[in-house]
Design a protein around this ligand. Structure first.
Ligand code: PRT
Ligand code: ZN
Length: 313
């Protein structure tokens, strides 16, 4: 059973300057405090991943913190920009945030694990009609960005002397306002660049949502984080694979086996029909259509492809 303590009396609150005043009013069991985005592009996928990992949380738009009912976890709902700082100063034990935000905060050392969603890139772009085709061509010009640290490091590494104009949002309109000759911003589909008459030049950083955690996190919170990451990995691995079952004439088994390496090897059992076997295995989701085609060509019948809920090992 978890130990109950007031937030003030909780030794884990020592040195929690930032959000501790906001979050100090309730009694807190000792558990993992995980900061996640309150609303925005990462919010739904973050909750979906936690729930897929068997963590039950009730979310309401007005609550800034909530406890899971079946896991030693408390969620803190924050702006994504505040998550790295909260983890660094100990207000939260861990957080789920875009790697772009974590690195821009200069806290890349907190990164623990990539989560496979929120994928995007930080990219340089220029107006479509600009003669510039490489980053070197930006020398002496101005680049508008919300990522001055990451852009500054990228330009310095390449020895390109470029003015950085920091903006907190709507970066894409900077060239049309005459504020800058180029931009450096997050791109996903590229539609926003096109809509603003911009052309992508170079990728500065590939990013996705990551778990960031306090270094040296141990005790109950560390154990809960380890358990949470174990579950997340099992769910992610399951999502990347499919379970496949089929029947095949025994003469086709060598070809079928070669197509289905499985985790160790496929399971092959005789069917009641003489000369036939049932085969079960696991395949990578990305190859599954091509493997099905080849299995059918090899003589397999009654092919079933099923989603996997959890995959360990
Ligand atoms: O309110 P809060 O501060 O928490 O959220 P926010 O508005 O600062 O961030 P949010 O929710 O927009 O994004 C959260 C995280 O999602 C980012 O830090 C990235 O890690 C990730 N992500 C993934 C993206 C995108 N895709 C994305 N497309 N973040 C922003 N965009 C924006 C981009 O800034 C640009 O304006 O979408 C536009 C480009 O999209 P495309 O598809 O037109 O290229
Ligand atoms: Zn933000």
């Amino acid at each position: 059973m978890s130990r109950l303590a007031t937030s003030e009396g909780d030794p884990r609150n020592a040195g929690r300057p930032f959000f501790s005043s906001v979050f100090s009013s309730l009694s807190l069991p000792i558990m993992l405090r995980l900061a996640i985005q309150k609303s925005g592009r990462l919010a739904d996928d973050t909750l979906a991943l936690l729930r897929a990992g068997g963590v039950e949380v009730a979310v309401s738009p007005t609550r800034l913190r909530t406890r899971a009912t079946n896991f030693p976890l408390e969620l803190l709902f924050l702006r994504d920009d505040d998550i790295p700082g909260c983890v660094a100063d100990g207000s939260a034990d861990a957080g789920i945030v875009g790697e772009n935000v974590l690195l821009e905060a200069g806290l890349g050392e907190l990164r623990r694990e990539a989560l496979g969603f929120g994928r995007c890139r930080l990219a340089l772009a220029v107006p479509r009609e600009s003669p510039v085709t490489t980053v070197a061509g930006l020398a002496g010009q101005r680049v508008a960005t919300s990522y001055p640290r990451l852009l500054g490091a990228y330009l310095a590494e390449r020895g390109v002397g470029t003015g950085i104009h920091a903006l907190s949002g709507s970066v894409e309109i900077a060239p049309s306002l005459g504020v800058a000759e180029a931009i450096c911003d997050i791109v996903s589909s590229g539609a926003t660049l096109v809509a603003n008459g911009l052309r992508e030049l170079e990728t500065v950083l590939l990013s996705e949502a990551v778990v960031a955690a306090r270094p040296g996190l141990n005790g109950a919170a560390g154990a809960a984080l380890a358990q949470l990451l174990f579950r997340v990995r099992a769910v992610q691995r399951a999502r990347r694979h499919r379970y496949i079952a089929l029947n095949a004439p025994n003469v086709a088994l060598p070809a079928v086996r070669a197509l289905l390496p499985g985790l160790k090897a496929p399971t092959i059992t005789p069917l009641a029909e003489p000369g036939w076997s049932a085969v079960q295995s696991v395949v990578a989701e990305e190859n599954s259509w091509e493997i099905i085609r080849q299995l059918e060509a090899a003589g397999a019948e009654g092919i079933l492809v099923l989603p996997i809920e959890k995959m360990i090992g």
